[in-house]
Design a binder for this molecule. Structure first.
Ligand SMILES: [Zn+2]
Length: 94
């Protein structure tokens, strides 16, 4: 599946990336730049990926009532993308 053709709107993902804290953005971009993202599942309503090298975390992007719902095993504040979600967000919008 083309990664640009998902249930997620690119604008919504980019907006979420922008809301992340500067440090989470920087660290997430570092992970993205290093290619530390392994997509495990990519379907029409779900994206699951392993993120990072040393401390691996699992991030899920789900469609819930046409809204982006996300989870990360690092259990950070769910209102703002953690660095892992930033990395996955960059992966699917770049
Ligand atoms: Zn995380």
């Amino acid at each position: 599946m083309n990664r640009k053709e998902t249930f997620l709107s690119q604008e919504e993902v980019k907006a979420m990336i922008k809301l992340s804290t500067p440090s989470n953005f920087r660290l997430g971009k570092e992970i993205f730049d290093k290619g530390g993202i392994e997509i495990i599942e990519f379907t029409s309503d779900k994206i699951i990926a392993n993120i990072g090298e040393n401390q691996r975390r699992k991030v899920e992007f789900l469609s819930l009532s046409n809204r982006l719902q996300w989870n990360c095993t690092c259990n950070r504040n769910q209102n703002k993308f953690c660095k892992h979600a930033v990395a996955l967000g960059l992966e699917i919008t770049n």
